[in-house]
Design a protein around this ligand. Structure first.
Ligand SMILES: C[S@@+](CC[C@H](N)C(=O)[O-])C[C@H]1O[C@@H](n2cnc3c(N)ncnc32)[C@H](O)[C@@H]1O
Length: 137
């Protein structure tokens, strides 16, 4: 508990930083976000969002989204939802979606903790991924 309030505190897993968006990412956020981005309101109807019933994977904190795009290419019959707070990463993934012609990815640009608490029904996903890339130097 916070010492001066009765609201339970929680550890925040990120720092909000806009970072630098490339021109291509700005264009992707303007033109592709309406097609692939989701601004959650209420509990998400994933069948309606993906226009089908399918096995589904949630990736929390997809970074630049390259591994998410790779998985979506490898399994076109499978749906992927990615949640990421960092907008340049969202812009990067939108460009990959366009470049690879993917239809089976949707993106939420928000805090995954809030999204999971308020917008995702139980048993919505077959897999939940939280990946940390290892950089070898
Ligand atoms: C260590 S990076 C890993 C990125 C990617 N999964 C990889 O393996 O390269 C963690 C990522 O999670 C995102 N992140 C951290 N907390 C988050 C949260 N609460 N909701 C959504 N994204 C979050 C960060 O912005 C960052 O892109």
């Amino acid at each position: 508990m916070n010492s001066n309030t009765s609201t339970p505190s929680r550890i925040r897993s990120y720092v909000r930083r806009e970072g630098r968006l490339t021109r291509a990412q700005v264009r992707a956020l303007e033109t592709l976000w309406p097609r692939f981005g989701i601004v959650p309101e209420g509990v998400l109807d994933l069948d309606a969002i993906f226009h089908r019933q399918a096995e589904r994977t949630l990736e929390i904190g997809f970074g630049n989204g390259d591994s998410l795009a790779d998985m979506a290419v490898a399994e076109p019959e499978h749906d992927y939802l990615g949640i990421e707070v960092h907008r340049p990463g969202v812009g990067h993934l939108l460009l990959e979606i366009e470049k690879r012609g993917l239809e089976n990815i949707r993106i939420i640009n928000d805090d995954a903790v809030q999204v999971l608490q308020h917008h995702i029904a139980d048993h919505s996903f077959d897999r939940v991924l939280l990946l940390l890339s290892l950089i070898h130097i």
